[in-house]
Every structure is written in structure tokens, then in C-alpha cells.
Design a protein around this ligand. Sequence first.
Ligand code: PLP
Length: 384
Amino acid sequence: MPSAAAKEAVLAATEVWGNPSSVHSHGQRAASLLKESRAKVARALGLQRFSKDMLMFTSCGTESNNIAMLGCARSKNRTLSGQGYLGTVIITAGEHPSVDNPAALLEKEGYCVIRIPTLGGEIDLAALEKALTDAPAPVIFAAFMLVNNETGAIYDVKRASAMVKGKFPDATVHCDAVQGFMKLRFTPASLGVDTLTVSAHKIHAPRGAAALFISAETIKRKNIVPVMPGGGQESGFRSGTENLISIAAFAAACEDGMAHFDERSSRVDELRAYLDAQLKEKCPEIRYNRPKNCIPNICSIILPSIKSETMLNYLSGRGVYVSAGSACSAYSKKKSGALEAFGTTTADADSTLRISLSHMNSSEDIDALVEGLREGIASLQRKR
Ligand code: PLP
């Protein structure tokens, strides 16, 4: 849900109707709002010298991930290795489809894609080491998500990135940090990555804006090229008139989120502890997809022999909104790749619900959810 700060920024930005690329005074007003917004998002990402690095605005996290992956793969004239590949791309198993599907596209274009297992919510570092040793062509790109969107698992991106760079110093390492932004404290440098994605609608801003960080070194080495040529906005890397209203709201949400980071994190910790205690007491038949190291705002539960969609609709009828796996996979009839990679059985994945908490939730919201689950389990199981 958009925060008050984000809504206010939307209203204010509707008055700035010029095009940031226009040279007249309305355009320049828009250009300065764009610049201010970029500085705010950069601050939230801890970027000190971001005039050399690039922080590009895009329309969504999916677009940022695609630009990083396809832009990197197409940045050089690559020749086939002895084993017939243009290069090797490493990602983790269970990445969001906005990373997994571009990887599948690169596979069709002649790259070898290796998916590193993440059983139990951890990057299998031994498998990564083996992939780096056995890669049939030089590793040109690797992507490690910071937090898994379905299980909440926090991955050791820093370690994985260091391993890739230790063997392939020219490889571009990307992090999809969409689910970790404003939940964990990090910077691209602290994770040791070259490119990084964040998205507005995951931090209480409206949909329609996201950012892609690209390090100065990546640009200097010409390790990325634009994938959407056009009028040359965003330093030529992402053409198209900027969605200033969403961008300004994104920036306001970043500023607001940073100002209240600790208190909001503590609030979510409290809510999660309350949720766990209530579930244990009132719904003891519920099990968890629980990684060892996970963020508190994502809680993945397994219902006792009830399809997730059935419970989701039941809860929705009571004004309680949860999702079956990730909302982004609602179009897919396939079993969730993230749960499969985590090690959840097909039957359990069919009965998995993802509960998302935010500082805006109250303990009454959790009571309504737990009561809904308790009554839902009793009545839906009776009907089976
Ligand atoms: N990456 C992760 C981990 C996500 O959870 C999502 C969306 O839920 C995305 C990428 C895609 O972001 P967007 O919805 O802004 O395209």
C-alpha cells in the first residue's frame, strides 16, 4: 500500500507536467525533480559517488533485471567456445521469473546457463565452486537474488559474488534486491555486485517505477549496452520519457523508509513474533517453508491438505489478503520454481500460502488472519 509520503509526492508531481527532456522552463522544472528523485534513491542505496556510477530509472523490477542481463550478454562480440557456447551465465535456482526467463532466452541464444541449487534457502556454495571450475565457456554474468520472494530466504550474495569474481574478474555480477530493499541494510558495494535492481511498489510507493544501479567500472569496461534504443534518456541506457510521477513517489518512499528504517523493522519483528505465536497456538496443523536465514516480513506456510487458492479465496472473502506463492507467478500454472528449489514437495507447494507483513499492519490484522485460517481449515477440510 502506498505510504502517505508517496501519495503526497504523487500529488505534488502532477503539477510538474513538463517533460524532463524539454529545454523550456517547465521541462527544466521536471528535470530538476528527476535529479532530486535520483539523489534520494541513490542515498537510500548508500551511493556516495553516484555521478560516476549510474542509477537508471526504469518502469519496474522486471525491466531492470532484463536490461542488466540482456545488456550485459549483448555488450561484446562473443565467439563460440570449444564446447559451442558464447559464454556461461550463472543464476540461482528459484530466481524470480524476471531473471529466470531472460536466462532461458540467453540459453536459446547460445549461452550455457547454470542454475545453482538453493535447497533449504541457501546458495549451495560447493555447487557454485564446481560450476565455476567446470564452466564450458567463460562466465560472463551471474545473478544472485538478495531475498527470495516466496520463502523470504536471505542469500549470501557477497560470498557468491566474491567467488565468481575470484575466478572470472571480468564477469558482471547482478543482484535482484527487490525484496531486500528497505528490509535489510546493504549497498551494491557491500554486496560486491556490479548491477542491482530495486522496485518502487515493494517499498510503499505506487507501481510504475524501479531503478537499476550500474557501477562505474561496468560502464568503463563497456560490459553493458542499451537494450531499448530510442531518444537517449537515462544517459542513453534506457530510452523513453521518464514516468516522473511514479519516480517522485518512489524517491519519497525511499526518503521516508530510510528515516524510519529501525522503528519499522522492529515493528515487523514484533508482528512476526506475534503471528508465529498465534499460529502455533490456534493453527498447530500449519507447517512452514522456513529458511534458516530469512526476513521476517515474508512468512510461507503450508496448509493441511487444502489447496492454496481455495484458502486464498476464503480469506479474501473475509477481507484478508494473502498470496499463493508470489503474486508475480499468478499467471503461471506451473509449480513455483522458488518452492521447488527450496525443496518443498509438489503437494506442499500446492498448499502453500505466502503471508506478507509490513509496518502498516496491526495485531488486529494478524488476529483476523489467524482466525480466518483457523475457521478456514475447519470448514474447508470438512467439505473435502
Ligand atoms: N524480483 C523479485 C524478487 C520480485 O519479488 C519481483 C516482484 O514481485 C520482481 C523482481 C519484479 O518486480 P516488478 O514487479 O517491479 O517488475
